[in-house]
Design a protein around this ligand. Structure first.
Ligand code: NAD
Length: 367
């Protein structure tokens, strides 16, 4: 069997720390027979420091050639003062765009051991299992014009443009329906069709797609502001929630908090299948570079490790292995291991390395 080509983009802040932890887990699977080889490339602030640009072309050539990209996180105060187009985060937007990964899958799963760590009542979040599917390559983050101009009277005018085409909406909604069929068979589609023409088109396209190809899946339309409210009022009503780039960014962070900590949440960004049958795929924790704790060995590696579980499931088709890893994380939490972000009274506080050690031990036990 050919080796899977993994490209590692550690990035900045806690990115390299959580990716190192994840590579120990990848190594565990390697010892059990997963064939892979790795390459590393620069992105974000690390790339600015080394090359003067947040998005060196070489990184994108490697990303497109890889079978899967595992990313840490990018950005930090060191690069915040740079002009907008040169900021570390621009590298992240470009890697998503160049790889053609248009569907961002963000599960919000509340591990039973953590139901008390949420700011919501345990009965609201206990057993929570939502999949947010966020459109990732269109909408207001990419639309043109995107500019700041100075008006004749001296004040400035900034413009972002929200734009979607039929095919951009249809392909991400198709992913949502396919995912729903593997889960609870229910999709909520969130937009603002009451005030935005992109929302009107979104609703029309998903309704037509549903009627044509996915009538067996339950479809609900919900305004994005109401979705934000329902996520904290009664989150368990959702199974798959599909939405555009901007609303998806906000709603998935809100869902993150339901589960206790942003340090727990993985993501997969998928595009079309390539010639070898594998999808374009980028896996990353949803958290940022956490400059406040970077370099101290305190970061929770679970979001990054669970992103690799998504890689096992969606890139390599190894569903049982993905479940094994998720169960190992569950077991470690049930044993009481906690990084600072999810610490609770009476539990054992650990750092990045000890949490990873515990997960590897749980994997050994389950093997
Ligand atoms: P952040 O996610 O980095 O941090 C928010 C808070 O959560 C911080 O208190 C941090 O310590 C904590 N936190 C985050 N991940 C954690 C983990 N794994 N373990 C323990 N605690 C964790 O968000 P921010 O502070 O708004 O952004 C910091 C930088 O990261 C900015 O430059 C931002 O642009 C960038 N960012 C990058 C990405 C990405 O690379 N995908 C995503 C979001 C933000």
């Amino acid at each position: 069997m050919n080796e899977y080509k993994l490209l590692l983009l550690p990035g900045d802040g806690i990115g390299p720390e959580v990716l190192d932890a994840t590579m120990r887990v990848v190594g565990w699977y390697g010892q059990k027979g997963l064939p892979y080889k790795t390459e590393e490339a620069l992105l974000g602030g690390a790339a600015i420091d080394a090359t003067g640009r947040p998005d060196p072309d070489e990184t994108f050539v490697k990303a497109i050639a890889a079978d899967a990209v595992l990313m840490g996180s990018v950005g930090g105060p060191k690069w915040d003062g740079l002009p907008f187009a040169q900021r570390a985060e621009r590298g992240l937007l470009r890697v998503r765009k160049d790889m053609g990964v248009y569907a961002n899958l963000r599960p919000a799963l509340c591990f039973d051991a953590l139901k008390d760590a949420s700011t919501l009542k345990p009965e609201i979040v206990s057993g929570l299992d939502i999949l947010i599917v966020r459109e990732l390559m269109g909408g207001v983050y990419f639309g043109e014009p995107k500019e700041t101009i100075t008006l004749p009277d001296g004040q400035k005018r900034a413009v972002d443009t929200g734009v979607y085409t039929t095919s951009e909406i249809e392909r991400v909604c198709r992913v949502a329906f396919e995912m729903a069929r593997l889960r609870g068979n229910k999709v909520h589609s969130a937009e603002k069709s009451n005030v935005m023409v992109t929302g009107v088109l979104w609703k029309e396209v998903i309704t037509a797609l549903h009627k044509r190809d996915y009538a067996d899946v339950e479809l609900h339309h919900i305004l994005a502001d109401n979705a934000a409210m329902q996520l904290v009022r009664n989150p368990k009503q959702f199974d798959v929630l599909v939405t555009d780039n901007l609303f998806g960014d906000v709603l998935s962070d809100e869902a993150a908090q339901l589960t206790g900590s942003i340090g727990m949440l993985p993501s997969a960004s998928l595009g079309d299948k390539k010639e070898n049958g594998l999808p374009s795929a980028l896996y990353e924790p949803i958290h940022g570079s956490a400059p406040d704790i970077a370099g101290q060995g305190l970061a929770n590696p679970i979001a990054s490790i669970l992103s690799f579980a998504m890689c096992l499931r969606y890139s390599f088709g190894l569903k049982d292995e993905a479940s094994r890893l998720e169960k190992a994380v569950d077991a470690v939490l049930a044993e009481g291991y906690r990084t600072g972000d999810i610490m609770q009274p009476g539990m054992t506080k650990v750092g990045t390395t000890a949490m990873t050690d515990a997960i590897l031990k749980a994997l050994d036990k389950a093997a």
